[in-house]
Design a protein around this ligand. Structure first.
Ligand SMILES: CC(C)=CCC/C(C)=C/CC/C(C)=C/CC/C(C)=C/COP(=O)(O)OP(=O)(O)O
Ligand SMILES: O=P(O)(O)OC[C@@H](O)CO
Ligand SMILES: [Mg+2]
Length: 249
């Protein structure tokens, strides 16, 4: 189940995608099973599995659980080189291009490479950018990097474009899990207008209105994590926004 061709095709057609992020650290098995079944029922696009502070076993178990309840692709969203699991379909191979910490630009990747070779994962090189949305998030702290300032849309656009020129296939602008507010529509619009690769937006999307804002501003894929961990039943409201956008076309 390759995800990148689907993302690319959808982005070219102006269709939107909604991804649900499941953090094995933060969600119990019952909730994961429920969320997986509901997400499949309401037609979300794919799952992401990841967290900053995980063990390998938790990642595999969570993917197996999702797969037993939903026939949807599962993409790894790794915090470090140990977060690989052959049960996944794909891997967002993040390079943290908003930061200047070599460990998250190339170091973790070197450590992951020999194990990746043995796994049959679809590897999707992803230019990952953190944006400061008021609060210091786990990812910014763990990676020891400075996020892009909230108002600096042009810095984000130049960074994303540099990622595209370096060969990255996706740009991911993230306020970080549990961000106090979503990335601004101006930044989303400015980045989207600057690049030709699909754009993923995540962090602090807590309401259907925020999801609508991110899609309307130009996000091709939006990721929702924390709010659905808290309240899995909201999936139907988020999915309604997705389908509303895709019907218009
Ligand atoms: C080479 C491989 C396999 C991975 C690269 C690893 C890189 C560069 C990661 C980028 C920096 C990083 C630490 C990303 C983490 C992304 C992630 C899984 C975020 C989920 O949010 P949490 O950090 O779990 O936030 P909470 O603790 O608030 O839930
Ligand atoms: O948990 P939330 O705030 O929805 O963020 C999702 C994701 O973009 C985090 O990396
Ligand atoms: Mg987490």
């Amino acid at each position: 189940m390759n995800v990148y061709p689907q993302i690319l095709e959808a982005a070219l057609k102006g269709q939107k995608m909604l991804a649900v992020l499941i953090d094995p650290d933060r969600i119990d098995p019952k909730k994961t099973a429920l969320l997986a079944a509901q997400a499949a029922h309401y037609g979300i696009s794919f799952f992401m599995v990841g967290g900053s502070l995980l063990t390998e076993g938790e990642v595999s178990q969570t993917i197996k659980l999702i797969k037993s309840h939903a026939k949807l692709p599962v993409v790894l969203f790794p915090g470090n080189h140990s977060h690989l699991a052959p049960e996944a379909d794909s891997l967002f191979l993040l390079s943290l291009i908003s930061g200047r910490n070599p460990e998250y630009l190339i170091g973790q990747h070197v450590a992951a490479a020999p194990r990746l070779r043995k796994m049959d994962l679809e590897v999707i090189p992803t230019g990952y950018m953190l944006v400061l949305c008021d609060n210091l998030t786990t990812v910014a702290y763990v990676s020891q990097t400075l996020p892009i300032p909230y108002e600096k849309a042009e810095v984000a656009a130049n960074t994303a474009l540099a990622g595209e020129y370096l060969g990255m296939r996706l740009a991911y602008l993230d306020g970080g899990s549990g961000a106090a507010k979503p990335i601004s529509p101006r930044m989303i619009r400015t980045v989207k207008q600057s690049i030709n690769i699909p754009l993923i937006i995540g962090g602090g999307i807590r309401t259907p209105e925020a999801l609508h804002m991110a899609f309307a501003a130009g996000a091709d894929v939006v990721v929702v994590g924390t709010r659905l961990e808290e309240e899995p039943s909201l999936i139907s409201d988020f999915a309604a926004v997705l389908h509303q956008f895709n019907k218009k076309k």
